[in-house]
Design a protein around this ligand. Structure first.
Ligand code: AMP
Length: 230
């Protein structure tokens, strides 16, 4: 009898309702076209809020360089150790580090139907490297969403933000409070506040956005004959 590496999962242990919903999800996903999306915008503009919703709707994977870097920092991996100082100050981590993790992440099985790039590319060099990664895969970006928003509203959004780390769901003490303070609505797990979500670090993050990331927006807008604009 054939065996596989998944043989350790006993199907009897999986609830029928879970099996059915996974089956329905896969049937829905089979009819979805592949999509490769880039979300660009300053911190607090809504990229991370929209990503889980759009990801589920189109069966994509959500690739957030910020999430990957925070996980590396929490696990104290060599990457995390190198990235921590820049992240704490609200500065950008070096292009080489983020390009490496993104190139690897795109190979994940979950990204088979495409991806949402959230927070990447953030510099012109990263945008050029992204083109190389896509060329190697014979792929291209289908749509770019520019989350344009005025700086003046971002401080209140960022300082009141609470996040459920494992799902990426985000809440806000004033604009989108959870049903129970400090707790995720769906799982009941604790919410966290990001260390860099404070007014001081936000200033550096916005500075980095305007100086290093906005030129990427202009570059993409000039290339929009190739991209389809939403
Ligand atoms: P985010 O969660 O997207 O706000 O990112 C949090 C922090 O991670 C940023 O302030 C940067 O220090 C770092 N970071 C995330 N994405 C990138 C990127 N593409 N390039 C360089 N640094 C990044």
């Amino acid at each position: 009898m054939a065996t596989s590496s998944a043989a350790s999962v006993d199907m009897e242990d999986i609830q029928t309702v879970d099996l059915m919903s996974e089956l329905l999800r896969r049937m829905k996903c089979a009819s979805k076209p592949d999509k490769r999306l880039v979300f660009i915008g300053p911190p607090g503009s809504g990229k991370g809020t929209q990503s889980p919703v759009i990801k589920d709707e189109f069966c994509l994977c959500h690739l957030s360089t910020g999430d990957m870097l925070r996980a590396a920092v929490a696990a104290k991996t060599p990457l995390g150790v190198k990235a921590k100082e820049a992240m704490d100050k609200g500065e950008l981590v070096s292009d080489d580090l983020v390009v490496g993790i993104m190139d690897e992440a795109m190979n994940r099985p979950k990204c088979q139907k495409g991806f949402i790039l959230d927070g990447f590319p953030r510099t012109v060099t990263q945008a050029e490297k992204l083109d190389e990664m896509l060329n190697r895969r014979g792929a291209q970006i289908d749509k770019v969403l520019n989350f344009a928003i005025d700086d003046s509203v971002l401080e209140e959004r960022i300082t009141g933000r609470w996040i459920h780390p494992s799902s990426g769901r985000s809440y806000h003490t004033k604009f989108a409070p959870p049903k129970v303070p400090g707790v995720d609505d769906l799982t009941g797990e604790p919410l966290i506040q990001r260390k860099d979500d404070n007014a001081d670090v936000l200033r550096s993050r916005l500075d980095a956005f305007h100086k290093q990331t906005q030129p990427v927006c202009f570059l993409i807008v000039h290339e929009l004959e190739d991209y389809q604009r939403i």
